[in-house]
Design a protein around this ligand. Structure first.
Ligand code: KG4
Ligand code: ZN
Length: 405
């Protein structure tokens, strides 16, 4: 079966094609192509994702990205539609697009290549959680293609995508057939992204039929949001995680440490919940204090050295907190494996710490490859291919990176 994945839950427009065969224990997949168009640079000026801008950009990107995907993947054409059939199909969706104010209509009409029905068996689209206006672009796009090409659509939960993405052996395009990594259950998934921080128990009801239970989540900011807001306070661009991480690494290499000690929120709460808003407030106070103080030549003390030291302390505070929660949950649930998913899992220090933790407990750790740690459509197509119980996470605004702190 060939599956087209569509992901527009935040600020990445992503499309992917995978091929699958078998089910349960015999399930195998092959990555045909995966494309991600990031809008991060556009949103950088706003210090976070600006939903209306993200929605407009997704509308612009969908058609060109699909054309590129189909050309790159050399998917054969199953059939060709005539002009009348295309017009009729598109007209059926026109009112929908207009009512949602989605900017796809013109590019759809100019996309001659849509006449050729590609040999795709299923369309998988992120239905949530995410930013509602941007989710609708992907959902409408899936519905248009589904109607035009007569292909069924599977809605996918974005967070489930992050879990299953970590079970891929390889995300190489035009790669070989692969089985997913074998997952000892019960497994514990720690999902860390710009919109979520969650601990989820993953069990298996039948071979490879995954079932999810939320054990804990953030009560306020998500961990990626904490990184992004901290970066903003330090005058670093969005998305802030990689910038904080870079400065923290330089601080370690240059032996720079911070005089400020930040809190490790809720590590002794005896629950699997998180809270990062207090950390953000502590960083805000530290930065205010540093900006107020002046050093020798009249400059304030927010020097490069100060920023590096504070970034190191921020990364340490976040990794101590996540690691403490991961250890607590591993013991509490007697987890037999650990899965890490979400954009923050690209963080090198966290990857190291989680590896040590899993080693200490003697259980396997499944990390996503760096390529697919952020949002992508490969994981969405894969989630649609697996037999899973309906994902139990409620739909909610995701990637709620607010303007301001
Ligand atoms: O999963 P993701 O790509 O999008 C959402 O679903 O939100 O996660 C994006 C988040 C951003 O907050 C970004 O700052 C963070 O992942 N991030 C990092 C790193 N790379 C991305 N945080 C810390 N260290 C990194 N290396
Ligand atoms: Zn995500």
């Amino acid at each position: 079966m060939i599956i087209l994945g569509i992901e527009t839950s935040c600020d990445e427009t992503a499309l992917a094609l995978i091929e699958t065969r078998g089910q349960g224990d015999t399930f195998e997949c092959r990555v045909i192509q995966s494309l991600v168009h990031s809008q991060a640079e556009l949103h950088s000026a706003y210090g976070g994702v600006f939903p209306a801008l993200a929605k407009r950009e997704h509308g612009k990107n969908c058609i060109p990205l699909l054309q590129k995907l189909l050309i790159n993947s050399k998917i054969p054409t199953k059939n060709t539609l005539n002009d009348g059939q295309v017009v009729q199909s598109l007209e059926g969706m026109r009112a929908d697009l207009q009512s949602q104010n989605i900017d796809l209509w013109q590019s759809l009409q100019q996309a001659e290549f849509l006449k050729n029905i590609p040999a795709i068996d299923r369309i998988a689209v992120t239905e949530g959680p995410g930013l509602e206006p941007t989710l609708w672009v992907g959902i409408s796009f899936a519905r248009i293609l589904g109607a035009l090409w007569n292909i069924p659509i599977t809605p996918v939960n974005h967070m489930e995508g992050h879990i299953v993405g970590s079970l891929l052996e390889s995300d190489a395009p035009h790669g070989n057939w692969q089985k997913l990594k074998s997952l000892p259950v019960p497994a514990l998934a720690l999902l860390i992204s710009g919109g979520h921080t969650e601990l989820i128990q993953v069990t298996e009801d039948a071979p490879k039929e995954l079932h999810y239970t939320i054990l804990g989540q953030t009560k306020d900011d998500a961990v990626g949001e904490a990184f992004d807001k901290a970066a903003r306070l330090l005058g670093l661009p969005y998305p802030g995680g990689p910038h904080i991480s870079k400065l923290a690494r330089e601080a370690r290499e240059q032996n720079i440490s911070s005089s400020v000690k930040l809190p490790r929120p809720m590590i002794k709460s005896g629950t699997m919940d998180f809270s990062f808003s207090g950390l953000k407030t502590a960083i805000l106070y530290a930065v205010r204090e540093a900006t107020r103080q002046t050093i020798g030549d009249g400059k304030n003390s927010m020097t490069d050295e100060y920023k590096k030291g504070l970034s190191r302390e921020i990364e340490d505070a976040i990794s101590d907190t996540l690691d403490a929660k991961l250890r607590f949950a591993t013991e509490k649930t007697q987890a037999r494996s650990i899965i890490i998913g979400g954009g923050v899992s690209a963080n090198a220090l966290l990857r190291e710490r989680f590896t040590v933790t899993a080693d200490e407990y003697g259980i396997p750790l499944f990390l996503p490859s760096q390529h697919i740690s952020g949002d992508n459509a490969l994981m969405i197509a894969l989630a649609a291919a697996l037999d899973t119980k309906p994902y139990s996470l409620p739909l909610k605004a995701h990637g709620t990176k607010k303007l301001g702190v």
